[in-house]
Design a protein around this ligand. Structure first.
Ligand SMILES: Cc1cc2nc3c(=O)[nH]c(=O)nc-3n(C[C@H](O)[C@H](O)[C@H](O)COP(=O)(O)OP(=O)(O)OC[C@H]3O[C@@H](n4cnc5c(N)ncnc54)[C@H](O)[C@@H]3O)c2cc1C
Length: 528
């Protein structure tokens, strides 16, 4: 493949460069045809015009920390981290900030902090994930129970469309948006109630396009947030900010039975906690060695509950439900309690290669009152398919992260992974939930969108995509598939197991080190 004529940035087709972009977080390894690193937004627009004219698939990519497989693909991987670097510009009075799409969440918050402001969606990946990636996945974090997900905070997006036009949701519509507003938006608006009824009844959702949100707000921004690089490539974001809380207190609530999870969460939610996190027994067993504190024998789950004010009322609310309640008001004790929650990621990332932590059913979200049933179903599905499981997450939103621990030397583990994915997805949908609370559909869950939302909603998603990107060059195979298309987990597209695509010497180890040390912010071409 030849570089697009006139491109000023890098365009690499050598084996090493392609291998360096074959993985992100998550389970996939797909070697792209080429890697492009545009220099600026004009360079990006030129590249997209070329791709559309030549019918070349593009895979937009920020830090590559997304777990759903939307940041890898067989086409040209587009590293945006050199093109969209405008520094954050904070407007204190308006409580807004505008920045380039490749600015990290942490850098944005560092710029906002001196004004006493911050962006409330706070992924644990904030140190390295980009604002473009966060908008594209409708990312969130522990504070979404009070502050919602990215969609609530994004005010405007600047982007390049599949036509290669540079646009902004706060400006004149591009041709892509005109096509969408002419050909699809009337059908969406005419079906507002049906679409709302088809969407999962969960506090968070990053699955499917947000047709329901667009139908009620009419804002193109609402539609584009969560589109995972399939409708437009974001070049800059404008987000609202909130005042930094003056005070934080935390409750540690110990529960002796899963049956108490639902009542405890329902008792705490009305008190407006700023975080309501769950550590399941599977998690507590897993971190036991590294944890400083000892929990009472028979503990089935722990809730960490944060308030931006006093937690006294909450301590009273769970009396009679909890086995024990511990209140922490000073910063040191609060920090110590949260250590328990933060132990997971580093331990999971550094497990030995014969016991890898895999993100396959890692992001389901159900109505909060059904959490206990969901946890029971997750534990049973893992057991029956032969995996250990580690469950933790955002209980206040009914949203759980569940990592499967797989022995890669065991036979047929890919078939068992697929069986576990199928079974857990069926459970999520039966409970009225969604397969993705915050990570998105990507390649992993694209095939479940029609099952989650039904044929009408899925058809409108396909028409939305076709209006924005008629040539189908923006991240094909991600987010939504063609009608009737099914995509089983392909052992030859995974970074694990005997069928993983081979990489040039040393590259797999370098990519594994990125994963182990969470060095997602590393410019991949530098690794060579
Ligand atoms: C240790 C760890 C912890 C995590 N914790 C959280 C968490 O708490 N909450 C959470 O929500 N997620 C979490 N994630 C997942 C991930 O960090 C988020 O999805 C993040 O928003 C991805 O940002 P990124 O820049 O890495 O995007 P990528 O991984 O590069 O891309 C993700 C998706 O967005 C698209 N995309 C990226 N940039 C653009 C752009 N400029 N324009 C259009 N499309 C684009 C890609 O095509 C892809 O589909 C975690 C990941 C890791 C590894």
């Amino acid at each position: 493949m030849q570089a697009p004529p006139g491109l000023r940035g890098e365009f690499r087709t050598d084996d090493v460069a392609r291998a360096l972009y074959s993985e992100g977080a998550g389970i996939f390894r797909i070697i792209p045809q080429a890697v492009a690193v545009p220099k600026d937004v004009e360079d990006l627009a030129l590249l997209v015009r070329w791709a559309t004219a030549e019918g070349v698939a593009l895979v937009p990519r920020g830090a590559g920390s997304g777990m759903q497989g939307g940041n890898v693909g067989p086409g040209v991987v587009l590293d945006l981290t050199r093109a969209c670097r405008d520094a954050p510009l904070v407007e204190r009075e308006a409580r807004m900030v505008r920045c380039g799409a490749s600015i990290t969440c942490r850098s944005l918050n560092d710029a906002a902090q001196p004004y006493g402001l911050h962006l409330p969606p706070d992924p644990s990946s904030g140190a390295f994930c980009t604002m473009g990636g966060m908008a594209a996945t409708n990312a969130a974090g522990a504070h979404s129970v009070k502050y919602g997900t990215m969609r609530r905070w994004v005010r405007a997006l600047e982007f390049v469309t599949a036509d290669g036009e540079i646009g902004c949701t706060a400006g004149e519509p591009t041709r892509a948006e005109e096509r969408f507003r002419r050909d699809v938006a009337p059908a969406i608006r005419g079906r507002t109630a049906e679409l709302a009824g088809a969407a999962p009844r969960t506090p968070k959702n990053s699955s499917g396009y947000a047709l329901d949100a667009f139908a009620s707000s009419g804002r193109t921004t609402d539609l584009l947030v969560g589109s995972e690089g399939t409708l437009a490539i974001f070049t800059a974001v404008e987000v609202a900010l909130a005042p930094l809380p003056a005070e934080r207190t935390t409750l540690l609530v110990t529960l002796g039975s899963l049956d108490q999870v639902g009542p405890a969460v329902l008792a705490l939610r009305p008190l407006s906690p700023s975080a309501l996190e769950l550590l399941d027994r599977t998690y507590l067993d897993f971190v036991r060695g590294a944890a400083q504190r000892r929990l009472a024998p028979g503990t089935e789950a722990v809730l960490l509950v944060e308030f931006e004010g006093s937690a006294q009322e909450a301590a009273v609310a769970v009396r009679g439900i909890a086995t024990s309640v511990e209140l922490a008001e000073d910063a040191t004790t609060v920090g110590r309690l949260w250590e328990l929650r933060h132990l997971a990621s580093p331990i999971l990332a550094s497990l030995p290669d014969n016991l890898r932590s895999l993100q396959v059913v890692e992001d389901g979200c159900v109505p909060p009152e059904k959490l206990a049933r969901y946890i029971t179903a997750l534990r049973a599905a893992a057991k029956d398919t032969g995996f250990e499981i580690v469950i933790f997450g955002h209980a206040g939103d009914g949203h759980l992260h569940a990592n499967l621990l797989a022995d890669l030397e065991a036979p047929d583990f890919v078939a068992r992974l697929a069986a576990c994915l199928e079974r857990v997805t069926a459970e999520q949908l039966a409970l009225g939930g969604t397969p993705s609370g915050e990570h998105g559909d990507g390649r992993l869950r694209a095939e479940f969108v029609e099952r989650t939302f039904g044929p009408l909603y899925a058809d409108l998603c396909r028409r939305t995509r076709a209006a924005w990107d008629p040539a189908g060059v923006l991240n094909p195979g991600v987010k939504i598939l063609e009608a009737g298309e099914r995509r089983a987990l392909d052992a030859g597209a995974l970074k694990i197991g005997p069928h993983a695509p081979g990489l040039p010497p040393g590259i797999a180890a370098k990519l594994r080190e990125v994963e182990r040390s969470a060095a997602w912010g590393t410019f991949r071409l530098e690794l060579a």
